[in-house]
Design a protein around this ligand. Structure first.
Ligand code: CU
Length: 260
């Protein structure tokens, strides 16, 4: 399971990222904070006062049954899935929580320029499925795109706040390295060869984001004390937000509830 953590910033681990494949893109949702970047102070975390934001994304009602993806048009894709692969547009975990929800601080942070981590984020194409299905990256962070498959893919970054691009990638070709300079939550990656392939990326100005995993929980470490608007964004079920206050060295919690 790919995992990106914020060790560089906070010395603690973190974020849950999961692989999958989905369908039906939604319009991008743009976050609010926008300040001229060049003159901003460098973002720093003071470990003496930093706190955490954690919580869960719940799902009420009957979990939708995702369709099995028909990969019969390409046996090299199909044979990589011994059991039928289902779309992961809406993934409800066994504990009635929702996976692949992008959570971020939408508002309330002191404007700052956060340096991207040296660590690359990764997006793989494996079994003709993008993995991870949903992830967050920082503005300016390298996104390393792999094709682990024996087939051609065509990676299409369908951004709106960043220049969109569409490039083929041959089987086990050299990895692509891409950056996104503008905050954008969230936009899809598609593949022009395999219409079922879809991943989502949230580009953040700051490192305070997470993605819910197989237990529906999330945790954001190293948060400066303050009062924040926290937003949850699901690719199909949309955005929700809530407010909370992180006390010095405090642990704030928040829950979001979606339903069918
Ligand atoms: Cu493809």
């Amino acid at each position: 399971m790919p995992e990106w953590n914020l060790k560089r910033f906070f010395g603690v681990a973190p974020l849950l990222l999961l692989a999958a494949c989905g369908s039906s893109p939604q319009p991008s949702t743009q976050t609010s904070s926008s300040a001229p970047a060049a003159n901003l102070p460098e973002g720093k975390v003071d470990p003496a006062t930093a706190g955490t934001i954690s919580g869960k994304v719940l799902f009420q009602g009957e979990a939708p049954v995702m369709p099995v993806i028909d990969m019969s048009s390409n046996p090299n894709c199909e044979r990589q899935h011994p059991t039928p692969f289902r779309a992961e547009t809406v993934v409800v975990n066994p504990n009635k929580t929702l996976r692949n929800v992008y959570i971020h601080i939408k508002d309330g942070l002191t404007p700052a320029r956060w340096a991207p981590p040296a660590q690359t984020a990764k997006l793989d194409q494996n079994g003709c499925v993008y993995a991870p299905h949903m992830q967050g990256i920082l503005e300016g962070q390298d996104l390393e795109i792999l094709n682990s498959d024996p087939v051609n893919h065509n990676v299409h970054a369908e951004c709106q706040k960043n220049p969109a691009w569409n490039e083929s990638q041959a089987p086990r070709a050299e990895h692509k390295f891409k950056k996104f300079s503008n905050e954008e939550t969230i936009f899809p990656f598609t593949c022009s060869v395999h219409p079922w392939m879809r991943a989502w990326i949230g580009v953040s100005k700051h490192p305070f984001f997470a993605v819910t995993g197989p237990d529906g929980s999330f945790r954001i470490e190293g948060v400066p004390p303050g009062t924040y608007t926290v937003e949850a964004i699901h690719e199909k079920l949309g955005a929700k937000e809530g407010k909370l206050t992180v006390a010095p060295s405090g642990a704030a919690t928040i829950e979001f509830t979606y339903g069918s």
